[in-house]
Design a protein around this ligand. Structure first.
Ligand SMILES: [Zn+2]
Length: 141
């Protein structure tokens, strides 16, 4: 269970699956603490577009069946109005903090800690997933 009273920058509600209030309880503690640390380093407000998702909500938003959102190990950070530099910085610091899955959208960046045995990166051309080399990820920001 996340000790929300120890989380400086977020409330549980921000991570709720929209179809189930209180579902931010499904968030993985280490993922939330890493997001909190990242938010500290970035010193810029984060909008959590999506945190924990129920299987039903994941289907509604077209999420992958094995999505890290289903196990509370992911968050999509809204980056509308952010500069490329700020988005790059988010990714660089997220990697340092142990986020292993990074999805680069045009208006958000997906960060997750789901163990796959390797780091992964992807983009969303035409709403689909396309894996990209981790070494090239900053080029897609
Ligand atoms: Zn996501």
């Amino acid at each position: 269970m996340v000790q929300w009273e120890n989380v400086q920058h977020f409330t549980q509600r921000e991570f709720d699956s929209p179809d189930l209030k209180g579902s931010g309880a499904g968030m993985d503690p280490l993922t939330v603490y890493r997001l909190d640390a990242l938010r500290c380093l970035i010193d810029k407000a984060f909008r959590i577009n999506s945190g924990y998702r129920t299987p039903a909500h994941n289907r509604v938003v077209g999420g992958e069946p094995g999505s890290a959102h289903l196990i509370g190990q992911a968050a999509d950070i809204g980056t509308l109005g952010w500069t490329k530099e700020q988005r790059r910085n988010l990714i660089i610091l997220a990697r340092k903090l142990g986020f292993v899955g990074i999805g680069i959208g045009t208006s958000y960046i997906h960060l997750d800690t789901m163990q796959r045995g390797r780091k992964v990166a992807w983009i969303y051309p035409n709403g689909r997933f396309k894996t990209i080399p981790v070494s090239d990820e900053l080029k897609y920001v």
